[in-house]
Design a protein around this ligand. Structure first.
Ligand code: DGL
Length: 281
């Protein structure tokens, strides 16, 4: 077996959103070793500019290539929408997968009236709309930016009634359009699944691009002869912010308390547009 087959897959997000992709990797590709990175010191990404996001993604890819990952999955829609094309050209030897195209393909297989909930940056990029219309030009697409979700999820306020109220407000314009399909256009939002299930009629299919990106990753690994057949190593976790905070928060989704390392990345030069989330009610 080649050394590169044993190498880990790098997975990154701004925070705990990418854990939804990590869980799919555990389910679909249990033999793969994974290096998970969360850029928690520079979170949220969804209210940042394209230039900043590309710069952050470069930091992460440099760090991951030093650790000899065999592939990178951007477990972040915002990075996939704004930085994927650029960095693919800059790192031609590294297979890099984004979540938008797999998510768009899954949505089009499911419905014709498609709602997208995503960060303001992803919505503004119109990446989902373009990807969907390239596959199905007659599919209808409605997008809603949901700036409050990431701060609420990172603050572990999933079951807070305030979060349900916000979700109801975000979903209203989509339900008024009679959508038949709703895409989690931000990896964090999948953590709100119980809230969405309560608010959506049964006729609306929920699409999690995490499932499809992992299927795409498996195909790509097969194609490149890079599937691991050895015992996988325990997942390595690293953050740019507070490791203990990440351990505490991620435990509920992983079912164990991960040991988390820390890396120091350049501080952002511009602060993100603050998103005020009121305290618990
Ligand atoms: N989870 C990410 C980023 C969210 C954020 O940091 O705003 C996404 O899928 O877009």
């Amino acid at each position: 077996m080649r050394e590169s087959q044993r190498s880990p897959i790098g997975v990154f997000d701004s925070g705990v959103g990418g854990l939804t992709v990590l869980r799919e990797l555990y389910r679909q590709l249990p033999d793969e070793s994974i290096l998970y990175f969360a850029d928690t010191a520079r979170l949220p990404y969804g209210t940042r500019s394209k230039g900043e996001i590309i710069a952050f993604v470069r930091d992460i890819l440099d760090w991951m290539t030093e650790r000899r990952v065999k592939m990178v999955i951007m477990a972040c829609n915002t990075s996939s929408a704004l930085a994927l094309d650029e960095v693919r050209q800059e790192y031609p030897d590294l297979p890099i997968l984004g979540v938008i195209l797999p998510g768009a393909k899954a949505a089009v297989r499911q419905g014709k009236r498609i709602g997208i909930i995503a960060t303001p940056a992803t919505v503004a990029s119109r990446a989902y709309e373009r990807a969907i219309h390239e596959i199905d030009p007659v599919a209808r697409v409605w997008q809603v930016p949901c700036p409050e979700f990431v701060p609420l999820i990172e603050a572990n306020r999933i079951f807070d009634p305030y979060t349900t109220r916000v979700a109801k407000e975000y979903l209203e314009p989509l339900l008024a359009e009679n959508i038949d399909t709703l895409v989690y256009g931000c990896t964090h939002y999948r953590h709100l699944a119980p809230v969405f299930r309560d608010l959506l009629p049964d006729s609306v299919q929920l699409i999690d691009p995490a499932r499809s990106v992992v299927r795409a990753a498996e195909k790509e690994l097969e194609l490149l002869g890079l599937k691991n057949t050895d015992r996988p190593l325990p997942t390595g976790f690293t953050v740019s912010g507070d490791p203990e905070a990440f351990t505490r928060l991620s435990k509920q989704w992983l079912g164990y308390s991960p040991r988390v390392g820390k890396v120091y990345f350049p501080a952002p030069t511009v602060l993100p547009v603050p998103v005020e989330v009121p305290v618990s009610s």
